[in-house]
Write a protein that binds this ligand. Sequence first.
Ligand SMILES: Nc1ncnc2c1ncn2[C@@H]1O[C@H](COP(=O)(O)OP(=O)(O)OP(=O)(O)O)[C@@H](O)[C@H]1O
Ligand SMILES: [Mg+2]
Length: 250
Amino acid sequence: MSALLELDDVHVYYGPFHALRGNTLTVGEGEIVSLLGGNASGKSTTMKTILGLVKPKGGTVRFDGRDVTHASTRQRVVAGIASVPEARRVFPQMTVDENLLAGAFTRKDRAGIQEDLERIREHFPRLAERRRQEAGTLSGGEQQMLAFGRALMSRPRLICMDEPTMGLSPKLVDQVLDEIARINRELGVAVLLVEQQAELALSIASRGYVLASGEIVLQGGSRELLDDPEIQVAYLGKATDTAAESDTTA
Ligand SMILES: Nc1ncnc2c1ncn2[C@@H]1O[C@H](COP(=O)(O)OP(=O)(O)OP(=O)(O)O)[C@@H](O)[C@H]1O
Ligand SMILES: [Mg+2]
């Protein structure tokens, strides 16, 4: 069985800087996969490579069995890849509705677009209440919902989310993760989830990859990654004593 998304031996350079060093990863149809790693490890670069915003020097990107390594971002969106970019960039001077419609920029089926708009308003009632508000004036949590809703407007099969919980309160973080799990369950959309909060991300993902200095240094099932104290200390930002503690209480 071939995966929905497959990166095979991908190398990315920024000038002389080797940012991704032969990375191979997959996301299955309808799966949630987490991409973990510290600052500057290459998480956003991986996302940008999948979206076609950064061109790899070597390796291939396949989506739904097709080689999209040299496809434009637009072609990838049409194929079914959507993104919630880092810092949940919305168009600040456009209204909530205009932002949502911008997510459907590759579509021409007006009835279908209207249907999806309604469905997203049902999913996120806040966005319905604030449909004419300028997006830049929304709260952080509302902007996150909007970025998520906008991604859904292209009817994607895969959403790449780059640190969707960044800067949100613990309560909102839980809400956002619940929302991701719910959309995944209800719509069958696969999710590649970049997170620094490893435990939270792994709580909704089936598998995870850990990046360090542009290389995938670890991968495995979520449970396996969560239960390994050595992994926690080395890569998931846990203090040694906490790891020892979870070792005895697990
Ligand atoms: N356009 C660019 N030009 C040069 N170097 C870049 C560029 N974009 C990213 N880099 C470098 O590539 C490395 C990986 O960056 P990337 O944004 O992928 O990291 P990240 O894992 O997303 O980090 P963070 O958690 O801080 O968002 C960093 O050292 C960064 O400085
Ligand atoms: Mg990043």
